[in-house]
Design a protein around this ligand. Sequence first.
Ligand code: CP
Ligand code: NVA
Length: 309
Amino acid sequence: MTRHFLRDDDLTQAEQTEILDLAEAIKADRWGRKPLEGPQTVAVIFDKSSTRTRVSFAVGIADLGGIPLIISTANSQLGGKESPSDTARVLERQVAAIVWRTYAQSGLEQMAQGTTVPVVNALSDDFHPCQLLADLLTIREHKGTLAGLTVTFLGDGASNMAHSYLLACATAGMHVRVAAPEEFSPVDAVVSDADARAAETGGSVTIFTDPNEAVAGADVVVTDTWVSMGKEDEKAHRVAVFGGYQVTPELMTLAKPDAIFLHCLPADRGYEVAAEVIDGPQSVIWDEAENRLHAQKALLTWLLEKSSR
Ligand code: CP
Ligand code: NVA
């Protein structure tokens, strides 16, 4: 059966752990596994800008013995004349997997329904599950464990990153908190899916409006841009509404003394995070950015193994 990775809870807790274990092994032996040797091609499609995702998939696919085919929708038929499912039917005859950064989650679902090769969400408006595999790998490296830790995400609770934090951390058995202004609360359906997953794993999900309460005693503090791609027109309003949610050195003192700080990048210093925090000793952002490579190599290896016909 073909396995896709469209949202964080497409993986069970055991499967998520399997991929993180594989990522750790792959990181320790960068050239050790070549499931794409042949070489096979992987299509990596972008409707939105990217630095980390583009580079880490391109390098990762090459490391695995394959060829990355980077496609911009600006000069392809997808998104204009051709549907995701027709595109998928064309690509599956030629590539081993399809990785797609897009707007609507429904497009990814159509792509996955229309194809026999794995489809990977490289960020949609709703979720950024590949980022969360890298973030969980980073947290595990620095904290030695995931289950039982408290992680607080601050800022745009209705964003792809907040939603992925809810689903991925609940899957990992963590206590996940989101602090957001009411207007930007996480989508109810995502919160209830995360709640259901947390009930299975021993984790928990709590939504706050007060950033101080949300950060109190946290092991991990996370934020993301207040102005996600596609929301640029709302910048002035967002900066006004999110003003009280900046991760400052003062806010970090409320977390555990050994708390770490994560940010998927790119960052706006002085907006969602103070420079002293993101460039300070608690920040693990460069490990996090590097771990995109190892986590995605593990993900592709795992998906191809599970989907082999
Ligand atoms: N974190 C992340 O996905 O970065 P890019 O937008 O540069 O890919
Ligand atoms: N929430 C951000 C993440 C960027 C990697 C966005 O969607 O722009």
